[in-house]
Every structure is written in structure tokens, then in C-alpha cells.
Design a protein around this ligand. Structure first.
Ligand SMILES: Cc1cc2nc3c(=O)[nH]c(=O)nc-3n(C[C@H](O)[C@H](O)[C@H](O)COP(=O)(O)OP(=O)(O)OC[C@H]3O[C@@H](n4cnc5c(N)ncnc54)[C@H](O)[C@@H]3O)c2cc1C
Length: 468
């Protein structure tokens, strides 16, 4: 077996790369470690909402670029953010050309393009026959119609390097090792969230206490191969994820939905001492990252009052409303007529919690600062005043790592020297430098997979043509 381009991982990024490469006349070989046609990957389990920085993909690129800058913080805006803004329209067009079908999911802008048929807004994992699964099957069929196939049970293990150039991949195939030569290799293996060693090094002191809120198929194989080839790694400490009820470790219905973020973002998150330790106004992805950094990430609790539970938490828009979905799915909402009793039930210091809530309520009413600072964003802080008071013990659910292999605008892997590594590309969640940063900015994993995949195939085709 040999090809013009070998692609590691058959998620949305890999399937996009392979189909685009075939369209451009290359001979792609797409390797997937999964063993059957319904192999798990994050792309297949996704909610299916295509957006960039929560903007409609057909919005003006300058508006999208502004939204990206606002999310990533001006100082941290990367050149790669502009690639997302420039390319999201054509990514949508390309996907529709491949047969992707969409619905409009509601009045919120980021829900304009949802892969059809959409998953119902319920609790638990519901992927079979839903939009992302249908799209992956469509792209696999398209690849086969183009005379190329996805090779299952093939786990890439090592890059073959000659001089300064990547020239192929060593693959584990049913216990045997095989070398597949290629002019270009694209790493699209989905990140390193399921590699506890890498997670401990970069993301959390106790990664086993984070809930895998996805396929858990990203073992960082590509990252380690790229690093061994001299690649630069960027933004390694941030991940895309959400706060989930802590019982999600035992109760399947509690992940990947419902997420606890909307309640937490309007209330407070405290540790065992009853102290706030993060800025709830920054939203769920940021909060999940901060919880993951705790020495024991299983000690965070969201505290709120009756007005939040029967108001905002019962609002049936996206995401699936918590009240009553969370409780119906088996999640526990602790309840008490006073804060001391609630604290005891939740295993939190009662003195600490009352002091935190008192100071927090004063800060909201008077506009005084409350430490840590509570940024007032679209998530308005609500007072904790109306009994009964409630608490949800939470955990950080990790979906994929946002940092990874540094790439340039053409998805070419960058070496630590800043030069590109000839013959090596990265796409999708394996690539870093687009999301993350101080704000744990999440720009949209599906769109990132398509855009970086298209660019990887196109630059490989350009290089192949130049070399011919
Ligand atoms: C529950 C859930 C909801 C989500 N909702 C959304 C959403 O609504 N909108 C959105 O934009 N994003 C969403 N995402 C995120 C999105 O799914 C991902 O960002 C995106 O699918 C990543 O695509 P990928 O191809 O990079 O990775 P993946 O889809 O994870 O694919 C990587 C593939 O590589 C394979 N692989 C790994 N290692 C090797 C190896 N060594 N050799 C060969 N194969 C290998 C894996 O088996 C896997 O099939 C969601 C994710 C989840 C889990």
C-alpha cells in the first residue's frame, strides 16, 4: 500500500481531507483505528451544530472575525482565527456539495446550521442515525464512489522520516507493523483527551477525575509522533468541555447532556471550603477547565436559589433545559430551606458558604467587586436569596483537547524553529492554535475539522503538483 497522502483518523477532519484530496486528483489512504463501520469518534457523537464563534457560517467574514477576536481576547487572537472566518462559508458550501443536509435549529444565531436529522433535546447520548452519523456515512460512501476507501483497524504508530521530510507512516494492523509510504501525512486523530499521561502533563493534576464526554478515542498518538518529528505544540492546557452532574460517572443518561453550565453561569461555583474559585461569567467551557485544574476536580458544587431553578433552569431553549430533564435522567439536585443545611448535605463548609453567598449578594446589589471577579457577560449573576436553596455537585466533562500540533494557515505542521515540517499536516482537534487561550475560547470543533481538513488536502495537492 502507498498513497500520495496518508490520513490518520477517520473523523470529520480525516474524511474531509480524504474526499477533498481525491477530488483534487490525489490518491488518499485514510487510516482508522476503529474496527467497524460505525466506529466511535467525536464527529459521530457530536450535537451537529456548525458555527464559528457562535456566528452563522454565512455571516460576513468581518463580523465572524470580530466575534472570534471578542472570544479569544484581542491579545491572543491568532492568524488561524482569520482562517476560520475566511473559510467557513466555503466549508459549508463544500459540505452541502458532498450531500450534507441541514436544518435551522431555532432563533439563536449559532443554531442556523444543524446537521439533519438533529438529535432530540433530551438527556444522554443519542447518535445513531442523527445528523453527524449520517454525514460521516455519506462522506465514507463518497470516498468509496471516488474509488478510495477507509481502512479500518489500522492504528498509526510512528512517522517515517527521511532527512527533514516525512515520507510515510508505520501502522499497526492486527498486531503486525506495516510501513505505508506517502508524499504527505495528515494527522487528524482527534486530540489527546484519552491519554492520561499527557492529560496530567498539560491539563489536570487528576485527569481520571474528569469525565470523558465523548468517544474517548483521542490518545494523542499523532501529537506524540509530531513532537518526535520536531513539531511545535501550542495551547496545550485547554480543552473543550462542559460541567456535568457528578453522577455522570455512574449514570449514562447524564452525559453528554444535560450540561450544568447555564445554571452555573448565572449562579456560583464553590469548592469544599464554600469559596468561589472561578469567574462564572466566562461560561461553561472556561468553568470546566478551571474545575479540571483543582487538586481534586470532584469537589466543585454549583449553588443557586429557587428563582434560578424554576426560572432560567426551566427555560426550554438550547441547551436541553435542566429542570426537569436533569432530575428525570437521575441527577440529584440537593435542596434545603437554609444555606447551612444545604452546605451540610453537599459536604461544603457551612460557614464558608454563608460568607460567600452574603458577600456575593451584596456585590450584585451594590455593584461592588466580589473576588474572584465575576465578569458580567451575557450570563447575568443572579442573587442567591429565594428559598429553597439548591446545589448540584458537578464534574468537568472533557470532549476534546483544544491545544495540539502547531499548524500554519495551510494546515502544514510547524517545527519548533518556526519552519514547516515538509510532508506533515494536521487537521481537526489534533491541531492547536485556533481555540483555547486565557478565555478557553471554543470556536466550533466541527467547522474547524472541515476547514483545516480542506486546507490540508489543498496544500498537499499544491505541493504534489509543484513537485511533479
Ligand atoms: C457529545 C459531543 C457533542 C459535540 N457537539 C458539537 C457541536 O454541536 N458542534 C461542533 O462544532 N462540535 C461539536 N463537538 C465537537 C466535534 O465533534 C469535534 O470537534 C470534531 O468532530 C473533531 O473531529 P476530528 O475529525 O478532529 O476528530 P474525531 O471525530 O474524534 O476523529 C478522530 C478519529 O481518529 C481516530 N484515531 C485516533 N488515533 C488514531 C490512530 N493512531 N490511528 C488511526 N486512527 C486514529 C479515532 O478513532 C477517530 O475516529 C461535539 C463533540 C461531542 C463528543
Amino acid at each position: 500500500m502507498s498513497g500520495d497522502i496518508v490520513i490518520i483518523g477517520g473523523g470529520l477532519a480525516g474524511l474531509t481531507t480524504a474526499n477533498r484530496a481525491a477530488e483534487l486528483g490525489l490518491n488518499p489512504i485514510l487510516l482508522e483505528q476503529g474496527s467497524n463501520s460505525q466506529y466511535f469518534c467525536n464527529s459521530r457523537l457530536a450535537g451537529g451544530i456548525l458555527h464559528v464563534a457562535f456566528k452563522d457560517l454565512t455571516a460576513a467574514p468581518e463580523d465572524i472575525a470580530a466575534a472570534i477576536r471578542a472570544q479569544t481576547d484581542e491579545d491572543e487572537a491568532t492568524v488561524l482565527g482569520s482562517v476560520m472566518a475566511e473559510d467557513c462559508g466555503r466549508a459549508l458550501t463544500w459540505l452541502r456539495g458532498e450531500g450534507a443536509k441541514f436544518i435551522k435549529g431555532g432563533s439563536l444565531e449559532f443554531m442556523r446550521w444543524i446537521l439533519a436529522p438533529p438529535r432530540p433535546r433530551g438527556a444522554g447520548l443519542d447518535w445513531k442515525g442523527r445528523g453527524p452519523d449520517v454525514l460521516l456515512r455519506r462522506l465514507t460512501a463518497n470516498l468509496s464512489d471516488r474509488g478510495k476507501t477507509l481502512r479500518l483497524k489500522m492504528r498509526a504508530r510512528e512517522l517515517i522520516i527521511e532527512g527533514d521530510r516525512v515520507t510515510g507512516v508505520m501502522v499497526e494492523n492486527g498486531g503486525a507493523m506495516e510501513i505505508i509510504p506517502a508524499a504527505a501525512v495528515v494527522i487528524s486523530d482527534g486530540g489527546f483527551q484519552a491519554n492520561m499521561k499527557l492529560m496530567r502533563r498539560y491539563v489536570s493534576p487528576a485527569p481520571q477525575k474528569l469525565l470523558q464526554r465523548g468517544a474517548a478515542t483521542g490518545h494523542g498518538d499523532g501529537l506524540m509522533m509530531a513532537e518526535a518529528a520536531g513539531a511545535k505544540l501550542v495551547g496545550m492546557d485547554r480543552f473543550y468541555g462542559h460541567l456535568l452532574g457528578r453522577q455522570a460517572f455512574e449514570i449514562e443518561k447524564l452525559w453528554p447532556y444535560p450540561i450544568v453550565d447555564p445554571i452555573a453561569a448565572h449562579s456560583i461555583v464553590v469548592d469544599e471550603a464554600g469559596r468561589r474559585f472561578l469567574d462564572e461569567g466566562m461560561g461553561g467551557v472556561y468553568m470546566a477547565n478551571e474545575v479540571a485544574k483543582l487538586d481534586n476536580p470532584l469537589t466543585a458544587t454549583v449553588v443557586f436559589d429557587d428563582a434560578v431553578w424554576n426560572g432560567l433552569a426551566a427555560d426550554n431553549r438550547y441547551p436541553p433545559c435542566m429542570n426537569p430533564v436533569f432530575v428525570n435522567a437521575g441527577g440529584t439536585v440537593l435542596e434545603a430551606g437554609d444555606l447551612d443545611t444545604l452546605a451540610k448535605k453537599a459536604g461544603i463548609s457551612a460557614d464558608g458558604l454563608s460568607a460567600t453567598v452574603a458577600a456575593y449578594n451584596v456585590a450584585i446589589q451594590s455593584g461592588a467587586a466580589h473576588v474572584p471577579v465575576r465578569t458580567v457577560t451575557k450570563f447575568k449573576p443572579q442573587p442567591i436569596a429565594q428559598s429553597p436553596f439548591r446545589a448540584i455537585p458537578v464534574c468537568a466533562g472533557i470532549t476534546y483537547t483544544m491545544g495540539g500540533i502547531a499548524i500554519d494557515r495551510d494546515s502544514r505542521v510547524q517545527a519548533q524553529s518556526g519552519e514547516v515540517i515538509p510532508g506533515l499536516f494536521a487537521a481537526g482537534s489534533a491541531s492547536g492554535g485556533i481555540e483555547g487561550g486565557r478565555n478557553a475560547a471554543y470556536l466550533g470543533g466541527l467547522t474547524k475539522a472541515v476547514i483545516t481538513g480542506l486546507r490540508a488536502a489543498e496544500s498537499a495537492a499544491y505541493e504534489a503538483q509543484a513537485a511533479a
